[in-house]
Design a protein around this ligand. Structure first.
Ligand code: UDP
Length: 380
């Protein structure tokens, strides 16, 4: 990743699976813009989860950092701030791009802030309205908003939330969510190459004609009781309906309780995290999706798949407004009722409410314009 002028160098920082997926299109668009030199820093937060996407996109990190040894999430942010800061000192970019609400996003923004490097925040302005839900994401994204220079909002509501919080309107751009750019890119790749993500094929074949239900669970704030309640709802669903349920388990240790409760139930498949391409093949094949993931809410809406959100509120209300999603919290009876109702009605149609696939291009052209103007002002 190194076309364009050194003086217009941009460092894109990512470390978790969702950030990597959502920033691949931004790296590609910045490189295609031609005028900027693009560098990619992998913070190491998820060491392996996003690697398949980077490989498929041909992105080799210019900085590949070690995951800091940290006993808790606060220490992780501290360690990442130090390691990303050292990468900034080596790369000396004119702008830093971070995405979303992870420890890497907050640490990347803080490291840049302390070096007076302007920060571009991709997927800015999502708000659940509750500082503890999702935790720590709601806090992290609000903190990044306080120090970012450019705010690239995925939805109109997110842009409005930023302006209402006092962010200068000319620095808030409603561009759409780059997850949709990534989705269209990945579907194009899958359709052109049968081998990409083909490891999911045996599971899909095993389902035969039975409808597939896809479930993902990973929120940190879920207590063991919540996980047990969700497992109870899923077991009841499989007992009542002739469906095949696939749950790629997030590597967070607490989630092992789901493997214990669901791992040996007939027609439930608890599997390791899937590569992005396999996961998208599975989403496309699914009749119903049950998830607490942010990215999955956006992808399910774009694909037109029925979705139950395992939360009591969402910072992505558009998924509910389009008729794609229902909120079921961690209530097993509600989960069962809503799942049966969703299986009985036709699937919702695909929606563009989260973006049209051009978000990354809009981000790249805004950054190119502003960085060039800044450069000309400095050299005038
Ligand atoms: N995903 C994946 N493999 C999986 C589960 C999810 O590639 O086994 C992708 C999914 O397509 C989406 C992203 O990971 O783009 C969502 O990540 P996650 O749910 O971990 O985080 P969130 O979106 O809630 O921040």
């Amino acid at each position: 990743m190194s076309r364009g002028s050194q003086s217009l160098s941009v460092l894109v920082v990512a470390g978790t699976r969702p950030e990597i997926i959502k920033l691949v299109p931004v790296v590609q668009a910045l490189a295609n813009a031609g005028s900027m030199r693009v560098r990619f820093c992998h913070s190491g937060q998820h060491e392996e989860l996003g690697q398949g996407v980077l490989d498929a996109a041909g992105i080799v990190p210019d900085e590949r950092l070690m995951r800091p040894v940290a006993p808790d999430i606060g220490a992780l942010v501290a360690g990442l701030t130090t390691s990303i800061g050292a990468a900034l000192d080596r790369q000396r970019p004119r702008a830093v791009v971070v995405q979303g609400d992870t420890a890497t996003a907050l640490a990347g923004a803080m490291a840049a802030f302390h070096r007076q490097i302007p920060v571009a925040h991709v997927e800015a302005g999502l708000r659940s309205g509750h500082i503890g839900r999702p935790w720590p994401e709601e806090g992290y994204r609000r903190m990044v908003s306080r120090i970012a220079h450019w705010h690239f909002a995925p939805t109109r509501a997110a842009a409005q939330a930023l302006v209402a919080e006092g962010i200068d309107e000319p620095f808030v751009d409603h561009v759409g969510n780059t997850v949709i750019d990534a989705l269209y890119w990945a579907l194009g790749r899958i359709d052109a190459d049968d081998t990409l993500g083909a490891d999911i094929a045996p599971l899909l074949a095993r389902a035969g004609k039975r409808p597939i239900v896809l479930a993902t669970v990973h929120r940190r704030e879920l207590a063991e009781g919540d996980l047990r309640a969700i497992a109870e709802g899923l077991r009841a669903l499989v007992a009542r309906e002739k469906v095949e349920l696939v749950m790629p388990l997030h590597p967070r240790a607490e989630n092992e309780v789901l493997r214990d409760l669901l791992g040996r139930v007939p027609r439930i498949h608890v599997v390791e995290p899937l590569g992005y391409f396999a996961f998208l093949r599975l989403m496309r094949a699914s009749r119903l999706i049950v998830s607490d993931s942010g990215g999955v809410q956006e992808e399910a809406t774009a694909l037109g798949r029925s979705l139950l959100v395992l939360r009591s509120e969402t910072e992505r209300p558009e998924a509910v407004m389009t008729g794609t999603a229902r909120l079921v919290g961690a209530d097993p009876a509600l989960l069962l009722d809503e799942a049966q109702a969703a299986l009985a009605r036709p699937a919702p149609g695909p929606s563009h409410v989260f973006g049209d696939g051009q978000a990354a291009e809009r981000i790249a052209s805004r950054l190119a314009r502003d960085l060039l103007a800044r450069e000309m002002a400095l050299t005038a």
